[in-house]
Design a protein around this ligand. Structure first.
Ligand code: ZN
Ligand code: ZN
Length: 101
């Protein structure tokens, strides 16, 4: 079996470069994996343990996730707590699934 140390070295270098790139500039879809988001999300949900949409309708439902009122892709602030909302899964999918024009 031929030994190809050069090829292995090139592969390793490529992987290192990729890792550095991902760490310094997370892709938009990778935002939800960043420690900054996870910390803020956990903090926000601890302060808002109930679904805020259900609360407006007089229901008491445990929040299951934290949603951006204005989507990041629409220019919403990803790490601004004013742009966050605790929601249960059904309210969240309704907000995302229904087009309001
Ligand atoms: Zn709800
Ligand atoms: Zn959402």
């Amino acid at each position: 079996m031929p030994n190809k140390p050069g090829e292995q070295y090139a592969l390793k270098r490529h992987k290192d470069k990729e890792r550095q790139y991902n760490a310094s500039r997370p892709a938009r879809h990778g935002f939800y994996a960043t420690p900054e988001w996870r910390r803020l999300r956990d903090w926000y949900r601890a302060r808002h343990p109930l679904c805020e949409e259900c609360q407006r309708q007089g229901r008491v439902t445990a929040a299951e996730l934290v949603h951006h009122k204005r989507e990041i892709s629409q220019g919403g602030e990803p790490l601004d707590m004013e742009n966050l909302e605790s929601l249960c899964r059904s309210c969240h999918s309704r907000l995302h699934g229904v087009s309001r024009g």
